[in-house]
Design a protein around this ligand. Structure first.
Ligand SMILES: Cc1ncc(COP(=O)(O)O)c(C=O)c1O
Length: 382
């Protein structure tokens, strides 16, 4: 496939910096005497090693050699051991049909990746294909999907829907951006295939993150896709941050080395069970407090409950509250809770009858306050 057709004018004008090319050569040949770049001398570094204790008591050690390496500038595509581990993880979980034409770049979180993929593929006035409601960190020209436990509506796209959309992408020749931070947090035992798994043509860029399963503050995610597009993304990472923090990458890499891919998948399974239990608790609370006040679909994955707020018209006709902003910003804050009004997930921020609650952190008390704010709304004739 000729990917230049899909590239934006912005990235077509960009090429890897001359200095960057030499840096890469030096990085690929670690025995070479390296006079390139502005590398600080490791003898001046104040830290010599690092110990991390996992919550299950396992100890991770970043030894002096590794510490010196990760305090130094690194490789724009990512810290090599982590790149290999992520490639192995993707192979194990998704087994993409085009493995030899696919690669990975480590990014500082999926939010950064989304921004850079849009910059790579979208010119001003390009066609926009997004679902509504849609994760508000995005909005652009390729088809954007957030198919597993989607933010904000908690839906998991069925196998059939994914295959149908993929076939449409082939028929009409567009790319698919698969933003999948909640992939491991789907609540059914069997997961539908990812778009990456279906990608026989090379038209999927998949973005994953460790934010929801290891720690959001590490700022480690990765983009997987056709090699020519990953090369462009790598130049973009390099242009903004040189490379993702090696210290963060080394922490994740050491964890993956210590527990293995199997151990990581077991840990992720426990995390999935935790959120499933959270969802169940909050769903019981929703039934108790919000029945009649709101309408919802039980989330099939992720962190979010997408509520449609009802009001009652004459003769008890069920209507929807035209906009939930006041309920949250005026009455919610007074009652000590915040949720996100649905308008934030509409492409043009048009009013919305929905609100998004996160059950990742919520508890029963939170649901009771939501119901009280909703009832106040009703008394106010909202
Ligand atoms: C759908 C979606 N995409 C991307 C992100 C950003 O994640 P990260 O922490 O990896 O930048 C989030 C965070 O909540 C999200 O819900």
């Amino acid at each position: 496939m000729d990917y230049t057709y899909f590239l934006s004018d912005t990235v077509k004008r960009r090429s890897p910096s001359g200095v960057g090319k030499f840096g890469k050569l030096a990085y690929m040949n670690p025995k070479i005497i390296n006079f390139t770049g502005g590398l600080p001398n490791a003898k001046t570094f104040p830290f010599s090693e690092m110990t991390l204790t996992m919550t299950d008591g396992q100890i991770l050690k970043i030894d002096p050699v590794m510490m010196a390496e990760c305090l130094q500038y690194g490789f724009p595509q990512g810290y090599k051991p982590l790149l290999d581990q992520v490639r192995a993880l993707i192979q194990r979980v998704h087994n993409p049909p085009r493995t030899n034409d696919t690669d990975v770049v480590i990014i500082p979180g999926s939010q950064f990746g989304l921004n850079k993929v849009f910059e790579m593929l979208v010119n001003p006035n390009d066609i926009v294909l997004v679902p509504e409601p849609c994760y508000s960190g995005t909005f652009s020209a390729v088809l954007y999907t957030n198919p597993s436990g989607s933010n904000p509506d908690g839906i998991v796209w069925s196998d059939a829907r994914r295959r149908r959309v993929y076939d449409l992408a082939c028929k009409y020749d567009f790319l698919i951006l698969e933003d999948d931070p909640y992939y491991f947090l789907q609540f059914e035992e069997e997961f539908p295939p990812s778009f990456l798994q279906l990608d026989r043509d090379g038209r999927v860029i998949r973005i994953e993150t460790f934010s929801k399963v290891i720690g959001a503050g590490l700022r480690i995610g990765y983009a997987i896709g056709p090699i020519p597009l990953i090369e462009v993304l790598t130049v973009q990472v390099q242009g903004v941050v040189n490379h993702v923090s090696n210290v963060s990458q080394a922490c994740v890499s050491e964890m993956l080395r210590t527990v293995g891919i199997g151990g990581f998948l077991e840990k992720v399974k426990k995390t999935q069970k935790f959120y499933k239990a959270q969802r169940d608790t909050l769903m019981k609370a929703a039934e108790k407090y919000l029945t009649g006040l709101c309408e919802w679909t039980i989330p099939a994955g992720g962190f979010y409950l997408w509520l449609k707020r009802h009001i009652f018209g004459i003769f008890h006709k069920v209507l929807s509250l035209p906009n939930t902003s006041d309920m949250i910003l005026k009455r919610g804050i007074k009652r000590g809770f915040l949720a996100i009004p649905g308008c934030a997930y509409n492409v043009r921020e048009t009013p919305s009858s929905y609100l998004r609650l996160s059950y990742a952190m919520g508890n029963e008390k939170y649901m009771e306050e939501v119901s009280l704010a909703g009832k106040e709304d009703r008394n106010l004739g909202a």
